[in-house]
Ligand binder design. Structure first.
Ligand code: AMP
Ligand code: ZN
Length: 499
């Protein structure tokens, strides 16, 4: 089943397959690590996670590269204000970014590329552009891309650039004006700023050249897919195309995917507007990481999604339904025999589950329609629950239903309850950050175990060890550890204490 993914460049859904027949080579613009990411940023990374998981579910290997922007104006400014070298400043937020990705169960790309570790590649690209007559140096020692040298400029965002002024320049990385300008490839060092001594002068790279250089380094001059949020289409991606295609004479990325915004109060969620939540904010309010994941991916990536707490509550309830269903299926001794022979059934459970599974895959292959895919599985859950209530479910129906759930979870990944750990980490963080006053009482209640509950688990662990069920014993130990309870085995028996 080939995925048809909307391609911003062609303006239509195109089949997405690896050009080399082996692995789909994709590049996704990563975070600028100057602060904690907000859930709008994470929506983009989550939708890209849906893409890579669905590709793998349908047998397509992926080679996914993501950059970390660890030098830019904001980073330099914030690091200076904190009195830290930029490397020390960014390391903290890079780590926080990966912790948040883990909490949201976003798979790691095959390759992470930090901008500061690829400066020579970027310099080479500027030199190549100069040789092609498309880069020029200004009096202060900065380098610019000459837009007039790339007539196809605007082909991605379909902007009409007829009024373009030749030689008008812009040195900021992000600009949203419609009029295109020659943009900075390399910024000359200003006193006191982080800079590198290179053959093209002392300075630091612009943001756009970073992605071109690192994408080509790991994926080759031409590759399958480039992805990012819709705000990156212009000018960032347009600039990446101009630089890369001018340097190589080849098509840069064949396919472009843009994830639409997460909104809050009808406006793009963003740091500058102040209408944002970080993942930590929401975990401290008592929402579970799995619910945040499900809420952010349930609306297909080409639709904007207005964030509200109701959306999270809906996702929380949906996950609860799924988990209860999964428990019921696996934890019940169903009657032997074929349910298809039971009274009043016109479609066998096996057929029904197969159909749901097919619908699920078809929906995702149709431009990653997560809403329809999700509905196919929830319809199945409802129908099977009804059958089970009516006594019309048999043991031999179970595997095929579980297979459908497995498909669902290969992409959505919310059924297995791994929510305690992210919440525990958020609490730990709140303690360090002095933000315990924001913690919802229900989160504390959920995390804390009463003495009786601890005693019961400790006793269960002792029993498990006696019957040599060490897996269960270890599981209990780690569950307790998650809740801050340490067990010590001694010759007088087991002792436990709270951390
Ligand atoms: P940044 O760290 O600001 O460079 O952004 C990282 C990623 O998040 C980029 O792909 C952005 O396009 C994306 N992004 C930023 N704001 C939003 C939002 N409100 N909704 C969805 N994606 C966003
Ligand atoms: Zn980029």
């Amino acid at each position: 089943m080939t995925l048809r993914l909307f391609n911003t460049l062609s303006g239509q859904p195109d089949p997405l397959t690896p050009a080399d027949g082996k692995a789909l080579r994709m590049y996704a613009c990563g975070p600028t690590v100057y602060d904690y990411g907000h859930i709008g940023n994470f929506r983009t990374f989550l939708e890209i996670d849906v893409l890579r998981r669905f590709l793998r579910l349908t047998g397509v290997a992926v080679r996914h590269v993501m950059n970390i922007t660890d030098v830019d104006d904001k980073i330099i400014r914030n690091a200076a204000a904190a009195g830290l070298p930029i490397g020390e400043y960014t390391a903290r937020y890079e780590q926080a970014f990966f912790e948040d990705l883990d909490a949201l169960r976003v798979e790691r790309p095959e390759q992470i590329a930090r901008a500061t570790e690829h400066i020579p590649r970027m310099v080479e690209l500027v030199e190549r552009l100069e040789r092609a007559g498309a880069a020029y140096k200004t009096e202060d020692g900065s380098w610019y891309f000459r837009l007039a040298s790339f007539p196809a400029y605007g082909k991605l965002s379909k902007k009409d650039l007829s009024g373009m002024e030749d030689g008008a320049r812009v040195d900021v990385d992000e600009y949203e004006k419609d009029s295109a300008r020659d943009f900075a490839l390399w910024k000359a060092a200003k006193p006191g700023e982080t800079s590198w001594d290179t053959p093209i002068g002392r300075g630091r790279p612009g943001w756009h050249i970073e992605c071109s250089a690192m994408a080509m380094e790991y994926l080759g001059e031409s590759f399958d897919l480039h992805a990012g949020g819709e705000d990156l289409m212009f000018p960032h991606h347009e600039n990446e195309i101009a630089q890369s295609e001018t340097a190589t004479g080849k098509q840069f990325a064949r396919h472009w995917m843009h994830v639409h915004f997460l909104l809050a109060d009808g406006r793009k969620m963003s740091k500058s507007e102040g209408n944002f939540y970080t993942l930590r904010d929401l975990l401290l309010k008592g929402f579970k990481a799995s619910a945040i994941r499900l809420a952010l991916i349930s609306v297909p990536y080409r639709h904007q999604l207005n964030f509200t707490f109701d959306v999270l509550t809906e996702a929380t309830n949906a996950i609860e339904r799924l988990r209860t269903f999964h428990h019921r299926l696996t934890g019940t001794k169903w009657p032997e025999g074929a349910s298809s022979q039971m009274v009043g059934m016109n479609l066998s459970v096996a057929e029904e589950a197969e159909t749901a599974r097919k619908k699920f895959r078809e929906a995702l292959s149709n431009d990653l329609n997560t809403a329809e895919a999700r509905a196919a599985i929830f319809d199945l859950v409802r129908s099977i629950n009804t059958k089970a209530d009516a006594g019309a479910l048999a043991q031999q129906d179970i595997p095929v239903i579980l297979e459908a759930l497995q498909d669902f979870d290969a992409v959505f990944d919310v059924i297995e309850d791994r929510d305690a750990e992210p919440s525990r980490r958020a609490l730990e963080w709140a303690e360090q950050a002095g933000r315990m006053d924001e913690v919802a009482p229900e989160l504390l209640a959920r995390q804390a175990l009463s003495d009786e509950q601890v005693e019961a688990l400790v006793a269960e662990r002792t029993q498990a060890k006696k019957r040599r069920d060490f897996a269960r014993a270890d599981q209990i130990r780690s569950e307790l550890a998650d809740k801050g309870i340490v067990i010590e085995d001694s010759k007088d028996g087991v002792r436990w204490k709270r951390k």
